[in-house]
Write a protein that binds this ligand. Sequence first.
Ligand SMILES: [Zn+2]
Ligand SMILES: [Zn+2]
Length: 464
Amino acid sequence: MASEKKRAGARADDTPADLNIPDNYVQHTLKTVKPLPPFQWENMRDDLNWLNVAILCVTPFLGLLGAYFTKLRWETFLFSIFYYFYTGLGITAGYHRLWAHRSYNASLPLQYFLAIAGAGAVEGSIKWWSRGHRAHHRYTDTDLDPYNAHKGFFYSHIGWMLLKPRRKPGVADVSDLSKNPVVRWQHKHYIPMILIVSFVIPTVIPWLLWNDARGGYVYAGVLRLCFVHHSTFCVNSLAHWLGETPFDDKHTPRDHFATALVTIGEGYHNFHHQFPMDYRNAIKWYQYDPTKWFIRACQKLGLASHLKVFPENEVRKGQLTMELKKLKETQERLAWPTNSDDLPVISWESYQEQATKRPLILISGFIHDVSSFIDEHPGGPHLLVKMIGKDATTAFFGGVYDHSNAAHNLLAMKRVGVLHGGMRQGLEDKSIPPSQRLKIARYNELSSPYGSSTAYSDGEGMLS
Ligand SMILES: [Zn+2]
Ligand SMILES: [Zn+2]
């Protein structure tokens, strides 16, 4: 009976948790599963997660108190920094990039090394942490994301741990981790491991090597733990709040050097959310990503393999999309010539007649009112006055002077009409100002008429 139960349990563990979820799982869950009411101080006895409150509040308090009464020796200081990186890498290179994202393969010795290091960061077992993190990526910025950045900086940094969750995180499969012997081993021995790795080892090493047990406990143990906590918590808060979105701006993740600095290289979070299977966070050699450097060093030592890298071509596409988006915003802030569809079509006779009343000049099939420009024309007003009521296309494009792109752009701003039948084949370059030859348009605007390019086809239509 017991073994039957065990087998059933093992089967359930092997089955992906998200295998049988409905197609509309996200909307359906958000709509039908009601969250707990928001936190209230009156209900704090029930609403707070007291174990986490104790861990996250007592640690900094003890650390500061200890530091006040304990002299910091330089050996202990250096050891604390080393131990900060060791336990921090357990989270970044281990929990995050290896187990939560499977962005590379690690040999057994490296897996044990990282599982032990990660335990020293006291952030839950690999399995628990990865389950939450996979939900964070899958349901980013929704209520199914356990550290939803839309709930504010404090909530995504630490609030989500201090409170009992208001709803269960969205389903995320960790059946691969349930099968992993190192993950299971860490999960089973988690409590003694955190005590040994986080407090005993950093006390014993300084004690044995330079006789500073107390300093080791305070600085390399307690205070170091506090730094590791807030360093990795910044990935959920700061990295969703500060910086640029060079790859995609659909969600909150951002790239910033400062975040990278305090998170052992996890600060290029916009890239990371776009390409989570990539073992890198920073893709440029000069960007600060010690976790990437560590993984690469492990590969050189033969401890890591199959480092996953997203195709460069697709990464560039993301960047280009964002660059185009910014350029389009710039484009939209500028004033452009009147759309040729919105200009009146004027016959040659009407043009002649109207040109007697105001200074109109025909160039490349467009009629321009140059009244505001006659006195400012760099070549002198006489050259413009001479062309009123005439076709100045040849003179404008090199016959008298080969005008600059800027002059052509400015000319297009003075359009007041289109000459009936005035568009001739081969004049495309002359009828589209240089500034509009590479216009950025949304895909659904491409087939619709816009800009001067249609003046040409309209003209052609009228000719036939
Ligand atoms: Zn994130
Ligand atoms: Zn991640």
